[in-house]
Design a protein around this ligand. Structure first.
Ligand code: ACO
Ligand code: OAA
Length: 372
């Protein structure tokens, strides 16, 4: 048996959703740079699920479908009120809420293609309400219902704050959602596919994927980046802080990638947004500290920033609580998870690799009374 640690370089499935070839990321053949500059998140969800961009009429219909399904059952809101609210990380709340939603979906275990698509719509549509309601309830505020005339990105920010966001905030948030939507066979997407390849249900697949995204080596890195920036605090502290971490062989969050070698094509869009937003908020030091860190880490380790690095200062500049950064990643990535779940069902085979055994050889069982 040959063991490839972390399955590096192993091609585990075929997929027509997104690709990373020579450090270029595409969704269904559309370059991420094009989509980041031009597409709405709703168009991208449609693209991932249908493998084609919607016509104007299809897009309007799709947006209405999402809007009609955006509210949460009251039971989920009541559940949030029962949590030890200030001790619960929003990713744990999100993971629990998605699982809970399945209890109130009469089609949860129905496995036909159309029912699975309907569940995908319902789940995607409800993700913003889960994250924003939880955030408000833990602050002692009432949840804000979505507005039917706002798009996905604007609605998220509106439901979070109760105020309609400015155009620049909508632009930044929409771009972040587009950039995070899908990424080939990343760890959380692979988790979702492994889960549903047992012919388990859509909710189980997404619940499992949220668990995988939560870790700091994956989606959890964006919150960890902001924690690092907050610890560093000033421009003068950047150099000693980062060099000490590197000397101690500690990882710098938001850098490195399993697949990209020259750099993550998504990072430059968020870098640019971080520059614009931090200037607007009068806190350019978050951007300046970030570029200084980038200079040291690329210079010393040849490790470029990944999507998580500049998203931290972007979300911070939008006034978003730091522990909501990873749930926001999930609000976007659920579109990719759902696309992959539907694709997995289309041509399913159980995913079951092997392990090379490294434990002791054959041993004789000894009853507990006779063990030394
Ligand atoms: C959306 C996303 O999931 S993007 C990734 C988000 N995660 C992060 O930003 C966390 C920080 N980065 C990392 O931990 C890694 O780069 C990963 C997990 C993204 C990729 O990991 P792998 O491909 O398994 O690389 P691995 O962890 O084996 O690192 C290889 C070498 O590079 C070093 N390295 C990798 N990333 C970093 C980093 N961020 N900071 C410092 N050194 C690093 C490792 O220490 C290791 O060095 P060594 O060979 O001297 O021991
Ligand atoms: O692809 C990966 O390994 C991680 C990543 O960048 C993502 O999920 O967006």
């Amino acid at each position: 048996m040959t063991v490839t640690r972390g399955l590096e370089g192993i091609v585990a499935t075929q997929s027509s959703i997104s690709s990373i070839i020579d450090d270029t990321l595409t969704y269904v053949g559309y370059d991420i740079d094009d989509l980041a500059e031009n597409a709405s998140f709703e168009e991208v969800i449609y693209l991932l699920w249908h493998r084609s961009l919607p016509t104007k009429a299809q897009l309007e219909e799709f947006k209405s479908l999402l809007a009609e399904n955006a509210e949460l059952p009251d039971e989920v809101l009541q559940h949030f009120k029962m949590y030890p609210i200030n001790k619960v990380h929003p990713m744990a709340a999100l993971r629990s809420a998605v699982s809970l939603l399945s209890l109130y979906d009469e089609e949860a275990d129905l496995m036909d293609e159309e029912a699975n698509y309907r569940k995908a719509v319902r789940l995607q549509a409800k993700m913003p309400a889960i994250v924003t309601s939880f955030s408000r309830i833990r602050k002692g505020l009432e949840p804000v219902a979505p507005k039917k005339d706002l798009g996905f990105a604007a609605n998220f920010l509106y439901m979070l704050t109760g105020e309609e966001p400015e155009d620049i905030a909508i632009e930044a948030f929409n771009k972040a959602l587009v950039l995070h939507a899908d990424h080939e066979l990343n760890a959380s997407t692979f988790t979702a596919r492994v889960c549903v390849a047992t012919l388990s249900d859509v909710y189980s697949g997404v619940t499992a994927a949220i668990g995988a995204l939560k870790g700091p080596l994956h989606g959890g890195a964006n919150e960890a980046v902001m924690k690092m920036l907050s610890e560093i605090e000033t421009l003068d502290n950047v150099d000693p802080y980062i060099r000490e971490k590197l000397a101690n062989k500690e990882k710098i969050m938001g850098f490195g990638h399993r697949v990209y070698r020259q750099g993550d094509p998504r990072a430059k869009h968020l870098r640019e947004m971080s520059k614009r937003l931090t200037e607007l908020t009068g806190e350019p030091h978050w951007y300046e500290m970030s570029t200084q860190i980038e200079g040291i880490v690329t210079g010393e380790k040849n490790l470029p920033p990944n999507v998580d690095f500049y998203s931290a200062s972007v979300y911070h500049s939008l006034g978003i609580d730091h522990d909501l950064f990873t749930p926001i990643f999930a609000v976007s990535r659920v579109s990719g998870w759902l696309a992959h779940i539907l694709e997995q069902y289309e041509n399913n085979r159980l995913i079951r690799p092997r392990a090379e055994y490294t434990g002791p050889g054959m041993q004789k069982y000894v009853t507990v009374e006779n063990r030394g």
